[in-house]
Design a protein around this ligand. Structure first.
Ligand code: BES
Ligand code: ZN
Length: 406
């Protein structure tokens, strides 16, 4: 009985201590957590959209998310579009015997819809193989492989008068075949499973088919530019890319940097500093800095000359150590706030487009992680986003407080 009472008291006391501690912890951290949660919520929202390869509908969705968030924070938003050569399959298909089958356009195939009888080409589609059948005004279907390039099979089919060609994969599943230049006729591949049985069927019976190659030769990229109303000449550009590589949801590369840029915009929106800044979420970085290149190419030399700096954020959500790499006067400023600056031999990013135009740049990054450019790039550490933003706020003030432009 005594033991029971004692134990109960101890439990109650422990419970009180725990409760008190928990409440105190909540009060202390609520403010920080709200900010961190906003940054992390941005990363989660972008990751949820999925891989944001420039030119895809998901990248466009991401741009819409950013537009909404910048507007909520009180900014005016401009979308700067740009076009560059980038092949995309916008949903190609084959209809054979009335059934729709998934077909993958070969990279650089011409677009087009063609209808005709399916003709099974023997062996692997050498010129002499096409002599054994009549593919004129029909659609050729042939196996992949046999030491013959996709392009050679397609050229042989076109030379024999085929309207289109289907190549059946020689391994399980389908494959994204690539050509070095545009094909003369629509060309697509089929999975081994579906393609092999269609190839066999075509040998015995007459199959009418329609091949639809929906190919887009160019991508449209969208830079999202946010600034307070009527600010035409900033002193500072704060940016980071929001596109990702295909098949990667790009949490660290680079929803992390995108979130920090957005977070800086939110936290500065009511400060006079915001009148000196343009916030830019770049597209097309993963295709070779296309968005930042379009931005600097369209800016006047006066606009660029009046910039004190461009700050770029790329991969800032994993790895404890924040790394800064600066050009011009930026190295000194960076090291006065964040310790010795590093030199990044790991990768290129959007600041390079500004550096090439003699704009001083400062690159914020934390280096590669095991999920770099892979489907596993789904997580970042909220604390690291918050720390990056805090350091960037200090650096922003220091740059803007410098007496004269460069
Ligand atoms: N975020 C990376 C670059 C990077 C990697 C910076 C590691 C810092 C540490 C960027 O998105 C990228 O992949 N860039 C390409 C080059 C670009 C011109 C296509 C790269 O580094 O290979
Ligand atoms: Zn990146």
């Amino acid at each position: 009985m005594f033991y029971w009472l004692h134990r109960t008291r101890r439990v109650v006391r422990a419970w009180h201590t725990w409760l008190g501690g928990a409440i105190a912890l909540c009060l202390i951290t609520t403010h920080a957590l709200v900010a961190a949660d906003l940054l992390y919520a941005d990363v989660q929202a972008l990751v949820k959209i999925g891989a944001r390869a420039a030119g895809s509908s998901r990248a466009e969705q991401a741009s819409e998310y950013l537009i909404t968030e910048y507007r909520k924070a009180g900014y005016q938003v401009e979308i700067q579009t740009f076009t560059y050569p980038k092949f995309a399959d916008a949903g190609s298909s084959l209809i054979a015997d009335g059934k729709t089958i998934g077909a993958w356009a070969l990279v650089r195939s011409v677009a087009g819809n063609v209808t005709g009888q399916l003709v099974a080409v023997p062996n692997f589609g050498r010129a002499e193989d096409f002599k054994a059948v009549n593919v004129r005004n029909r659609i050729a279907i042939v196996q992949r492989g046999g030491n013959l390039q996709f392009a050679e099979k397609i050229e042989n089919a076109a030379a024999a008068g085929a309207r289109g060609i289907l190549i059946v994969n020689n391994q399980p599943g389908n494959t994204r075949g690539m050509l070095l230049k545009a094909s003369a006729i629509p060309a697509a591949s089929l999975s081994q499973e579906v393609g092999t049985s269609l190839l066999q069927q075509a040998q015995g019976t007459s199959i009418l088919a329609t091949l639809r190659v929906k190919a887009q030769p160019n991508a449209i990229g969208r830079n999202v530019i946010a600034h307070l109303p009527d600010i035409k000449q900033p002193q500072l550009i704060i940016g980071g890319h929001y596109d990702s590589v295909e098949y990667s949801p790009g949490a660290n590369d680079n929803a992390s940097g995108t979130a920090v840029v957005l977070g800086l915009a939110r936290s500065l929106s009511k400060s006079p500093q915001a009148r000196q800044i343009w916030f830019v979420s770049f597209d097309g970085e993963e295709d070779g800095l296309k968005g930042s290149e379009a931005f600097v190419d369209r800016a006047t030399s006066q606009f660029l000359a009046r910039l004190k700096a461009m700050l770029n954020f790329d991969m800032v959500g994993i790895n404890d150590r924040l790394l800064l790499e600066g050009s011009g006067a930026m190295s000194a400023i960076a090291s006065s706030i964040n310790g010795p600056v590093s030199s990044n031999q790991l990768g290129g990013s959007d600041h390079l487009s500004f550096k090439a135009k003699n704009v001083p740049t400062l690159f914020f990054f934390r280096g590669k992680d095991p999920n770099y450019h892979s489907p596993g790039d789904t997580l970042v550490e909220p604390r690291l986003l918050r720390e990056t933003q805090a350091t960037a706020l200090k650096i922003t003030s220091t740059i803007l407080n410098q007496a004269s432009p460069r």
